[in-house]
Write a protein that binds this ligand. Structure first.
Ligand SMILES: Cc1cc2nc3c(=O)[nH]c(=O)nc-3n(C[C@H](O)[C@H](O)[C@H](O)COP(=O)(O)O)c2cc1C
Length: 311
């Protein structure tokens, strides 16, 4: 690389071009505009909205967030304004933001998922859909969509037939084989997959003998899950050829690079924004110097670039 030349940080997946591969993760970045005065949104790749459902949801009773060793347990309960209020009240402001928005979608039945996608299809200002498959399927006795390959396949197939935008399928880590789930999503027509969502966990207060979360169980995120997330991205990358958005515990630029080497085209940053609300921008700002230091001309060349040779 000519010393004065800046590394090319752009990445492309399912027809979307991002200025860099750092995306703010769903549920940790509101509806995007809440962060407008906190960080420079024109420095990040994109953001994913809080999960959107057909009807508004109040979420779970408190306490809903508990800090754990190197992480956090949350049981927010998918609180959101509902897709209609999102389109009417949030989307006009989102359209003015200087980075692409990805809409995170969920439901408790396939019909609900499709209804949300249908409502979003007609609206402007969304780059892609991210399907959160970590919800209990009320029609199948509460089985989580993302933990059964057949159910996931059916959900993705139907969602893809409705979606007029690229469909990213977000996988749950609470499975025996992430490769099987990645393949089910890809075979059903997913344009990309994102992983991982949170790990199911519990926090108990020994003194009171009570669970710390009102919901008892919650989703574990943050640095505590990074090695498992990296392993799952690596395994998914060997199972499918569609693009992968990797996440789970990313707090530094180097963490983001590690996920790209394991197989990710771009990455998402979630819990880190709780400790440092400017984390997404900070991580993105570190890419240019990191690439220059390592003589990387195009950051996209790092994807699946894990060196398996012994030293
Ligand atoms: C408070 C909180 C709320 C979340 N809400 C959603 C959500 O609505 N939809 C979704 O797909 N993932 C949601 N997630 C999962 C994150 O997007 C991400 O997959 C997970 O936290 C792992 O990344 P991290 O370790 O960088 O946070 C949420 C995570 C947290 C911590």
């Amino acid at each position: 690389m000519i010393p004065s030349q800046k590394p090319d940080l752009r990445v492309r997946f399912c027809g979307i071009e991002l200025r860099n591969p750092i995306i703010a993760a769903s549920g940790t970045f509101g509806y995007g505009m809440e962060f407008e005065d906190i960080l420079a949104l024109d420095k990040i790749g994109a953001f994913v909205t809080k999960g959107l459902s057909k009807e508004p949801m109040p979420g779970n009773p408190p306490p809903r967030l508990i800090e754990t060793a190197a992480g956090m347990l949350n049981a927010i309960g998918l609180q959101n304004v509902g897709v209609q209020a999102f389109v009417e009240n949030k989307l006009p402001a989102i359209q003015r933001l200087p980075c692409p928005a990805i809409a995170n979608v969920f439901g408790s039945s396939i019909e609900d998922y499709c209804a949300v996608i249908h409502a979003l299809n007609a609206a402007e200002g969304i780059a892609a859909y991210e399907l959160n498959a970590s919800c209990p399927n009320t029609h199948s006795g509460g089985m989580v969509f993302g933990t059964d390959a057949t159910t996931l396949y059916e959900l993705v197939l139907r969602a893809k037939s409705v979606a007029r935008r690229p469909l990213i399928v977000k996988l749950s880590p609470n499975v025996t084989s992430i490769a099987i789930m990645a393949r089910a999503a890809a075979e059903a027509g997913a344009d990309a997959i994102s992983l991982i969502n949170t790990f199911l966990g519990i926090s108990i207060d020994a003194n009171t003998r009570r669970p710390r979360l009102a919901n008892v169980t919650g989703g574990l995120s943050g640095p505590a899950i990074k090695p498992m997330a990296l392993r799952m991205v690596y395994q998914a990358a060997r199972a499918v050829s569609i693009p992968i958005l990797g996440m789970g515990g990313i707090t530094t630029t180097e963490d983001a690079i590690e996920f790209m080497l394991a197989g990710a085209t771009a990455v998402q940053v979630g819990t880190a924004s709780y400790a440092d609300p400017r984390a997404v921008e900070r991580i993105a700002n570190g890419l240019q110097p990191w690439c220059s230091r390592h003589h990387i001309e195009k950051i996209s060349s790092l994807t699946r670039g894990l060196n398996m040779n012994a030293e």
